[in-house]
Design a protein around this ligand. Structure first.
Ligand code: C2E
Ligand code: MG
Ligand code: MG
Ligand code: MG
Length: 288
């Protein structure tokens, strides 16, 4: 009967939740070990100019080289890292590693384009991201404009003064600010006016529908117009085929990132991409 079903249902849910909590606790422990054993790596995904297809940037993406499960993607651990505050430690490592790899490349005579670093809202609240970034830039002797911080709309929800001060400080130092996954959050457009962001990344969900949805084409074109009017560059994320690429050029997107151009690359493969002719082009480097 209904009552028994209700009880079963309740038991089912609480057992399910218990299992999730246990899995997360196990993952947290594994993450702590992984941090002390330095099991993390960065991959870098190229960003190209929409018209010339020349490399203009890279996005650093964290990976976990799990001893048993192999190379894990952020979706398998980043939420737990963020919830437990472990992302603060990982985030510091990411900032240091990106700056170090830019310096080491330059020492080898290979000039990388700007590199974007993802910073979660939690990291922004918990740690002094700004000082951390500026200190690493200085210690490695790199141009501040080589670094871009990617934030999400979620960070801007509560219109926090500390956040806007931090972003202004970074921007004034010459660091780029990108708004990531644009169009998927719930924040008002006011922040576009008030924040010092100089780049906007249109979320992949819009790009994936561009060929078949006039509505998505209209949204993308309008976002590009708005961004340009506010003096921001526009990057389309998750571009997977030629048809999307052509439509995005027509829509006014400045830069392209996606499997169509290149998948995230191992750090060791960067010299091969960048050793010839300045930043080179994705085509001559054999991007898929
Ligand atoms: P994101 O910042 O939006 O990064 C773009 C994601 O889209 C990456 O996934 C990238 O591999 C994927 N991608 C790029 N082009 C395509 C495409 O054409 N098709 C499809 N289907 N996917 C594409 P990834 O590396 O799994 O990262 C997922 C998310 O994890 C990132 O989304 C970012 O929010 C977060 N993340 C990654 N690295 C870091 C980090 O160092 N710190 C923080 N806080 N978050 C990170
Ligand atoms: Mg990003
Ligand atoms: Mg994104
Ligand atoms: Mg995303």
């Amino acid at each position: 009967d209904a009552k028994a079903n209700g009880r079963n249902c309740h038991r089912f849910f609480s057992e399910g939740m218990n299992q999730i909590a246990q899995a997360n606790a196990a993952l947290e422990n594994e993450l702590r070990d992984a941090i002390s054993q330095k099991q993390f790596a960065l991959e870098y995904q190229p960003i190209v100019d929409a018209k010339s297809l020349e490399y203009v940037g890279l996005e650093a993406l964290i990976r976990w080289d799990h001893p048993k499960k192999g190379r894990l993607l952020p979706q398998q651990f980043i939420q737990v890292a963020d919830d437990t505050g472990l992302m603060d430690i990982l985030g510091k490592w990411v900032i240091g590693e990106v700056c170090r790899q830019i310096r080491v490349s330059e020492e080898d005579g290979i000039i990388l384009p700007r590199v974007a670093i993802n910073v979660s809202p939690r990291q922004f609240q918990n740690q002094n991201v700004c000082e951390e970034i500026l200190r690493n830039i200085e210690e490695n002797g790199i141009e501040p404009s080589k670094i871009v911080v990617e934030i999400t709309e979620e960070l801007l929800l509560d219109n926090n003064e500390r956040v806007s001060n931090t972003l202004n400080k970074l921007r004034n130092a010459g660091v780029g600010i990108s708004i990531d996954d644009f169009g998927t959050g719930y924040s008002s457009l006011q922040y576009l006016r008030d924040l010092p962001a100089n780049c906007l990344k249109i979320d992949r969900t819009f790009i994936s529908r561009i060929e078949h949805s006039p509505a998505d084409r209209a949204i993308i074109g309008t976002i590009a117009h708005l961004a340009h009017a506010l003096d921001m560059r526009v990057i389309a994320e998750g571009v997977e085929n030629d048809a999307q690429l052509e439509l995005l050029k027509v829509s006014g997107c400045d830069e392209i990132q996606g499997f169509k151009i290149a998948r995230p690359q191992k750090a060791d493969d960067l010299p091969r991409l960048f050793e010839n002719a300045g930043f080179g082009t994705a085509r001559s480097a054999g991007g898929s």
